[in-house]
Write a protein of this length. Structure first.
Length: 348
């Protein structure tokens, strides 16, 4: 009897303990998912639109490839990029440093030194860096990577890095090639450079050695989007419309007009010969006569035109002479009259 009571007591204790543990776990889950006060927010920022509204890595690659193809082959896209480059970063663009306090001689000397160093940098990297290429890469690809190679005691050297060389690795596929701080996605730490063929990690570039410029995205997005992204489909539709129009024009030029006639094959053959030789009016199989639309030009017709020209004022005579001569030549061509000599009206 005592054993039965002891077993029931242990069972009740286990059930009470189980319920208590379950309630504690549910309460902990509710507290973790509920909004936290600002002072208790750990500050782990998330990428805006990384998996919802933002473009994926494959989408950016496709858009970048299409933008490069359009900027090379499509005349309108190429002209857009050329005009942007000319009017924004064309000849005459200069970068200069100025002191905010014009009365401070130290700041003025510092600005002058900065200008000299910048001119030395441009002169040293004139074969590898230009304003035009920097802007063109940014507009076309949506972002531009410029790597800095510091040298002790000398002017640093820069090289452009293609966006395809910066990407996620097998260990970090969601990093998009840019390792940021844990609590701030806008603070890059390391850039992952990949091999162009194998896609393996080649180098980890410190953020201090890489200048990354991007467009088409928010400040808390790691990568940019090409300027031509909203125009790719529209330019493609224009090319398809142009191909359709060219095909339609070729079809219109190749259409042959057929005329149905009644009668025997011999009568149809005779009708065809008369129409091709222009021998004058002929009889159709049903007995009706055919009249030529343009008849031969007679000498009386030309003489009447000459009389009209002599009666015109001198100011209008030249214009009418040209018009009449063109009309006569047209009738000569249609009537196939080869033995008619057009009178010379230049001295009349």
């Amino acid at each position: 009897m005592l054993e039965i009571l002891r077993d029931k007591w242990r069972t009740a204790r286990l059930e009470a303990r189980y319920r208590r543990i379950m309630q504690e776990q549910v309460l902990q889950m509710v507290e973790e998912q509920s909004p936290q006060p600002v002072q208790e927010d750990p500050g782990r920022w998330l990428l805006l639109g990384d998996q919802t509204s933002g473009a994926s890595e494959q989408t950016r690659k496709d858009v970048r490839a299409a933008a490069r193809r359009l900027s090379q082959n499509h005349p309108h896209a190429r002209n857009i990029l050329r005009l942007l480059e000319i009017y924004v970063v064309g000849p005459g663009l200069k970068l200069a440093h100025h002191s905010l306090d014009t009365q401070d001689t130290t700041s003025a000397m510092l600005a002058k030194t900065a200008n000299e160093l910048w001119h030395q940098f441009l002169s040293h990297n004139r074969r590898h860096f230009s304003y035009g290429e920097f802007a063109r890469r940014t507009w076309r690809d949506g972002e531009c990577f410029l790597r800095l190679f510091p040298q002790t005691g000398e002017t640093p050297t820069v090289r452009f890095v293609d966006p395809e060389r910066i990407g996620g690795t097998r260990e970090r596929p969601e990093s998009q090639g840019i390792i940021t701080a844990d609590d701030d996605v806008e603070t890059p730490l390391v850039y992952l450079q990949l091999h162009p063929e194998t896609g393996e990690l080649v180098d980890e570039i410190a953020a201090e050695e890489m200048l990354h410029t991007r467009i088409g995205g928010d400040s808390n997005q790691k990568r940019g989007l090409s300027l031509f992204a909203p125009m790719i489909d529209m330019l493609g539709c224009f090319d398809r419309w142009l191909d359709t129009e060219m095909t339609a024009r070729k079809l219109q030029a190749s259409i042959v007009l057929w005329r149905k006639v009644q009668g025997s094959p011999a009568q149809a053959r005779g009708f065809s010969q008369e129409a091709s030789t222009g021998s004058g009016a002929g009889n159709t199989p049903n007995g009706s006569s055919l009249k030529e639309r343009y008849g031969p030009v007679s000498r009386a017709y030309s003489q009447n035109l000459l009389k009209m020209l002599r009666q015109l004022p001198p100011s209008d005579a030249n214009l009418w002479q040209v018009s009449v001569r063109c009309h006569v030549l047209f009738r000569l061509f249609r009537s196939r009259l080869t033995d008619f000599a057009l009178p010379d009206t230049r001295n009349s």
